[in-house]
Design a protein around this ligand. Structure first.
Ligand code: FES
Length: 109
């Protein structure tokens, strides 16, 4: 869910719509928003699973301090998605434990 017209902050400015890939699924995002914002707006709440108990984690601090929101982004684990802006065709994966470095290929147009 997105707030397009906030009662105090006003209307959301027009921004370019882009697409990111999250666990193989195309998600709509807007330029200049964070990865976590786009993912939460799509309805996904779990961003990673803890390494020992495999418990789900999502946004906690939303200011880049707690690391609860880390995900694998373009093959790089432990990216704090609450402070990382989206980019067209980013490949993002729910992180399991400490994450894994992966070689990814994104198709850029
Ligand atoms: S939610 Fe705390 S670092 Fe992202």
């Amino acid at each position: 869910m997105r707030v397009y017209d906030h009662p105090i902050l006003g209307k959301l400015p027009d921004r370019k719509e882009i697409t990111i890939l999250v666990d193989g699924k195309k998600i709509k995002a807007y330029e200049d928003e964070t990865i976590a914002t786009a993912i939460l707006a799509s309805g996904i709440k779990t961003l990673r699973y803890t390494s020992e108990k495999h418990e789900p984690r999502g946004i906690f601090c939303a200011i880049g301090q707690c690391t609860d929101c880390v995900m694998e982004v373009n093959g790089q684990p432990n990216v704090r998605t609450c402070i990382t802006p989206v980019e067209e065709n980013m490949v993002i994966a729910t992180q399991q434990g400490l994450g894994t470095w992966r070689k990814v290929s994104s198709k850029k147009k």
